[in-house]
Ligand binder design. Structure first.
Ligand code: IYR
Length: 218
C-alpha cells in the first residue's frame, strides 16, 4: 500500500467550537425551496460543488456515482413531463392515505414547474456496478451509503455557495436513464433542482428536533 503524510492545521478547542457553531448556523439557514426563479447560475459553481461531493468517503474508493448536470431547456422539459406523469400516478392513486396526510403541511402536488424554471438540475446516479481500470465490470460496495453521503455534501456545497436546492425523487426514476442516456448499471438516486428562490418564495413553517431527541451519549 502506498501512503502519503496527512495532517490538518492545528485547531484549539475554542477554534473548533467557533467553527462548529458557525457551520451549524449556516446550515440552519438551508431550506428546501419549491419556487425557483430562472436567474442563471455559473457553471463553475456547480462544477466545484460536484468536485466537493466527489471527495465523499465511499466504499473501497470506487467512487460509485455520476452527476448529470442538466441545463438544456429541451431536456428539462422532457424530465418534467416524465416526472409529472409518475407524480400524477402517485398523488392520484399509488400513495397511501397516511403518506398523503404526512405531505399535507408541505403543500406538494403533481405539478413540477420548477423542473423547467430552475436554471439547473443535477441528477445523481448510483453505480451499482462499474468498470474497473482493468476493464472488468463488477459490483461496487455500499453504493447507497456512498452516494447518500456525497449527495449530502453536494447539497451543503451548493447551500454554502448561496444556492437553493430541492431534493426531488419522482418514483420510479427509470426515465432519467433513458433521457440522460445513462447505462442500466446506474440507478437514479435523487434529482436535485438547483437555483435561486423567487423573490416572493415562501417555505413551510417547520422545526427541527432538539439534540436530546436525535442524539444520545454513552
Ligand atoms: N415525490 C413526491 C412526493 C413527496 C414525497 C416526500 I417523502 C416529500 O418529502 C415530498 C414529496 C413529490 O415530489 O411531490
Amino acid at each position: 500500500m502506498e501512503t502519503v503524510p496527512f495532517s490538518l492545521p492545528p485547531t484549539s478547542d475554542d477554534e473548533a467550537l467557533a467553527a462548529s457553531e458557525d457551520f451549524y448556523h449556516m446550515m440552519k439557514e438551508r431550506r428546501t425551496v419549491r419556487d425557483f426563479s430562472s436567474t442563471p447560475i455559473p457553471d463553475d459553481v456547480l462544477e466545484n460543488a460536484i468536485l466537493a461531493a466527489g471527495t465523499a468517503p465511499n466504499g473501497a474508493n470506487l467512487q460509485p456515482w455520476h452527476f448529470a448536470i442538466v441545463r438544456s431547456a429541451g431536456i428539462k422539459s422532457r424530465i418534467r413531463e416524465a416526472a409529472e406523469a409518475e407524480e400524477r400516478e402517485f398523488y392520484e392513486g399509488r400513495a397511501p392515505e397516511t403518506w398523503l396526510k404526512d405531505l399535507d403541511h408541505l403543500g406538494t402536488n403533481a405539478e413540477k414547474a420548477f423542473l423547467e424554471t430552475a436554471p439547473a438540475l443535477i441528477v445523481v446516479f448510483q453505480k451499482n456496478r462499474m468498470t474497473r481500470p482493468d476493464g472488468r465490470e463488477d459490483k461496487t460496495y455500499y453504493p447507497k451509503e456512498s452516494v447518500g453521503i456525497a449527495t449530502g455534501m453536494l447539497i451543503t456545497a451548493l447551500h454554502l455557495a448561496g444556492l437553493s436546492t430541492l431534493t426531488h425523487t419522482p418514483s420510479p426514476m427509470g426515465f432519467l436513464n433513458e433521457i440522460l442516456e445513462r447505462p442500466p448499471t446506474e440507478k437514479p438516486f435523487v434529482l436535485l433542482v438547483v437555483g435561486h428562490p423567487t423573490s416572493d418564495c415562501r417555505v413551510p413553517k417547520i422545526s427541527k428536533l432538539p439534540l436530546s431527541e436525535i442524539s444520545s451519549s454513552h
